[in-house]
Write a protein that binds this ligand. Sequence first.
Ligand SMILES: Nc1ncnc2c1ncn2[C@@H]1O[C@H](COP(=O)(O)OP(=O)(O)OP(=O)(O)O)[C@@H](O)[C@H]1O
Ligand SMILES: [Mg+2]
Length: 264
Amino acid sequence: MKGTSAVELVGVDKDFGEVNALSGIELTIGGGEFVSLIGPSGCGKSTLLRVVADLEQPSAGTVTVGGKPPRQARVDQEYGIAFQQAGLLEWRTVAENVELPLHVHGMAKPQRQARAAELLELVGLADFAGSRPSQLSGGMQQRVAIARALAPSPRLLLMDEPFGALDEMTRERMQAELLRIAGETGAAVLFVTHSIPEAVVLSDRVVVMSPRPGRITEIVTGRRPAVGKAAELDPDDVEDVRESSAFFAAITAVREALRKGHEA
Ligand SMILES: Nc1ncnc2c1ncn2[C@@H]1O[C@H](COP(=O)(O)OP(=O)(O)OP(=O)(O)O)[C@@H](O)[C@H]1O
Ligand SMILES: [Mg+2]
């Protein structure tokens, strides 16, 4: 896999009848890279994610995921998905929800259980393995969804506004946790958000999109500590980033790019 990009979109268009949702998308995400998508509502962010995840077919252009067509990448569980709604199954326990993709993959029960325990530990929910999703708070459910997405050790995580419903402090803690997890697993992340500070603090690169037809107007360098160092990332480091002048400069750059997109 070394040298293979996590995602490659070349000349991608997506039309829904008359609606031109994506136009001429060119984007390559490197292995282990963290890329955020930001742009006004309806500009095609979720559509772009869905095209990568093989949940929509592009109208034109080519998409490869880990060097494979999206359909093959889906079958091989090359990526994990976490969307805004945690989407957990209420009739299964927390641990069984995390095991689900491994079950689909045909992994034997003892291995599945061991892996789920390890992941719940990672997201700080070891004590809730036997609980039902409805017994957890929204943020805890979101962490279960992230554990589930990570279960097959994907090289890529696709996340669509996963922290949208969380309070600010929980959200900041989840951001630090996500950076730690991505660093530990070496997974690339394609992350959709409406929050400029969130995009900047998490990302190697922030991709700014314009209103319909959705196109990439600018790519801003984020403030994530250099790739590879994230494994040793201390949540306090993230706090330092949040207070640095480079952080504010990147926020201004993204805000200006968004404003330019609106005026165009
Ligand atoms: N299945 C569909 N059928 C028809 N139109 C669709 C479909 N999915 C998305 N669209 C249209 O494509 C455009 C982009 O939608 P998309 O959901 O990708 O936007 P978004 O950037 O994720 O917005 P938001 O920030 O509000 O989530 C919108 O105009 C939407 O109406
Ligand atoms: Mg969306």
